[in-house]
Write a protein that binds this ligand. Sequence first.
Ligand code: AMP
Ligand code: MG
Length: 405
Amino acid sequence: MLSYDEAIKLVLKNITPLPAIEKPLEDAGGLVLAETVSARWDLPTADNSAMDGFALHYESLPASRRLPVTGHTYAGHPFAGTIPAGAALRIMTGAPIPAGCDTVVPLEDVSEDAETICLNRELVRGQHVRHAGDEFRNGDLLLAAGTCLWAGEIGLLAAAGISRVRVHPAPRVAILSTGDELVELGEQPGPGQIINSNLHLLTARLREAGAEVIPLGIARDDIDDLDHRLQSGLQADLLLTSGGVSVGDKDQVQDAFIRLGFEKIFWKVAIKPGKPVLFGKIGNKPIFGLPGNPAASAATCEIFTIPALRRLAGHPDPLPPLLSAKLSRQVEGGGKRQAFLWGELQRKGNGYLFHPSIRQGSGQNRSLQGSCALLPIAAGAPDLEAGTRVEVLLMRLPRGRSYTE
Ligand code: AMP
Ligand code: MG
């Protein structure tokens, strides 16, 4: 059976980023840039003051260190004239440095009377001046293709006057739940029925990871219903099903995929939970058949579908971030398949403690409760003692509260 490492390589190898589209900058947060962006002007455009204070010409400072103040200038109100040698101009942060000046003395470093100031401190030529082009010059590279646009990048592009950008769009993920036993949230489950909770779990997680989700409802364990609903999922960028991919009598999802032209890339990976996971393509479209058990569905979404989503979205490194942590308690090794344990991180000293969840059962909704990371444990690994340093796959930031068992 394929290992996780082999399987994730196959997933990433078979997916390319979605074609770029142009977006207004205000809609581009969290998306990945598909072009190189260069500056179209200098920033700052002119020398300006970094402090509230007085602008003067350093070389013309009188020995008395007392200067007449010849006027004022504020941000947005440039001073038109030239400041005579030996005089000062009252200047506020962000106002252009007037002609004849090269240095700013902060308000705190002078004593003022009616029309003069007296300097109380040593000063350095050019102090508190932000020079034209200090941040970037016309033509400088601002951001490379492949950069994710977080707040800092959005602010930089806005400051540079870039109002539209070419980005990879947020991938659209269609989710089909399968099973005769499922009812939608809001309905009262009858005997033998359960709520279609995977839809909600997967939708929430995929949205957190940047997807637009298209729910396709519930397909009954019936070939015609599966065919019909899967067809409508092909409009999405990625199609995902939950349930029906194992070896049970009613597990018909793979057959339904095949009728739509499915090219199987793998079925079954040596992992726990999530062994029956199915991956392939219909045309160029990635297709995941995730297992139905909630914790298996969630784990395979995390370790396969979210990297696939990030690759579609153009992230150069789509794999989950790793965080080093210490184990809070002993965990058993020795499994036949690579295990992924759900757990919570707690800040401890300069690092983190990883608390594996007490419940890890693939059928248990509560395995994931409070979890923000997954601990991979290699097949056949020895037991890991409390305090062992491990690398966990980070799903989201820890909650920042103390952990209580
Ligand atoms: P399956 O892989 O279809 O045999 O399903 C395995 C287990 O997961 C069964 O106990 C199903 O009832 C359960 N299951 C399947 N789909 C869902 C779903 N959408 N939400 C919650 N549980 C599910
Ligand atoms: Mg089923």
